[in-house]
Design a protein. Sequence first.
Length: 226
Amino acid sequence: MSLVDSGTAIENPEGFPWGTNKPSHRQRLIVSTVIALLSAALVFSHVIRFNQERTDFSQALFGARALIHHADPYKLVGPGLVYDSRWPLMYPATAYVAAIPLAPLADRFATVIFVAVCSFALAYGATARSWHLLPMFASVAFLTSVELAQWSILVTAMLFLPWLAAFSAVKPQAALPVLLSSLSSVYLKAAAVVQDAFLRWASVDRDHSHAAARRGNMAVLRVRIG
């Protein structure tokens, strides 16, 4: 006799180990927290293992600290400068404004928190409709982004949590396709407003944008909507 014939309800017809393939808010919070903690552990172990003093997020932290001290970060980064690097700053100043809340922390701990928050946002957004996207967190692309502490985790999260478009100004060349994929002008307007606020905070020197352009850096994209 089948389960249907016996009157027994089939509670999990899709075969998922944790209820049906419809994540609840509580389940999403738990899974996202676990992924965030694992991501934090991975980037921390990677930094310790290879004795790294810097990650991709380190430039943003330095830029944030420079802005706090009313200095122009674009004049302080490069070969033989305060922040000795083979390359000049490659991010728009809005990225440094976004990193200001983590600027008081040591680079390693700030990086760990940054990766954990971004990973949590991506996991929470990706599980809004089902569990099917969870395998991406075991992909080489995601794990590499975690180890290098890249902005790409946050940019990807914008696909699932449109309100994160407010941070599109930190890396506009990567976030633009995400913004254009949105059907709601509300999110685009919010991104434009926050980007404008970031730009005002970042205006430490009127000529820094021109200096960045001469070095070949990408200028911040400003979009006027409406």
